[in-house]
Design a protein around this ligand. Structure first.
Ligand code: HEC
Length: 139
């Protein structure tokens, strides 16, 4: 079925995932993904992604479900940067873009293309999803 903004308008549902094993995070939104290297976060992120994001962004974050963008591209170019401090800066920028997109959704000309997840997904779940996507095989 083709994607339509009408489907997008349904209220976002919190995925059912057990985050108890994850390290506690400082309150608020970190500047960069604090769970990037945590394998458990990648596993939890995969479950949450499948419940909340896959129907629009593709089943294994593989970009198979256009027109929602392939999320593996976000921050991909950072890996090519040789200079470590530039790479870190690049990853922080991508993390920021990712978090803002997820929290506040995407609206164009008053049509909601992606719902806002602020208050629905905790920072632990959002960062876990980001960790899963970053470790998905690259396009
Ligand atoms: C109802 C469909 C839908 C759902 C569900 C959805 N998205 Fe999206 N998302 C979109 C569309 C469509 C866009 C592109 C919107 C645009 O560019 O204006 C988008 C854009 C994004 C972007 C920005 C990507 C870019 O390259 O510009 C991110 C990040 C994102 N989504 C993450 C997520 C995550 C994480 C989830 C699950 C928690 C999710 N989305 C759930 C439809 C959806």
């Amino acid at each position: 079925m083709a994607w339509s903004p009408v489907r997008a308008a349904t209220a976002p549902q919190a995925p059912e995932v057990d985050t108890r094993g994850l390290p506690a995070l400082a309150p608020g939104w970190a500047e960069r993904n604090p769970l990037r290297e945590v394998p458990l976060a990648q596993a939890i992120g995969r479950q949450a992604y499948h419940q909340a994001c896959a129907r629009c962004h593709g089943v294994e974050a593989d970009g198979s479900r256009a027109p929602a963008p392939d999320l593996r591209r976000i921050g991909k170019a950072c890996q090519r940067l040789q200079d470590l401090s530039w790479r870190e800066r690049c990853l922080s920028d991508s993390d920021h873009f990712f978090v803002q997109s997820v929290r506040f959704g995407k609206k164009k000309f008053d049509i909601e293309h992606m719902p806002a997840w602020d208050g629905v997904l905790s920072p632990q779940v959002v960062w876990s999803i980001r960790s899963f996507i970053e470790n998905a095989p690259k396009p």
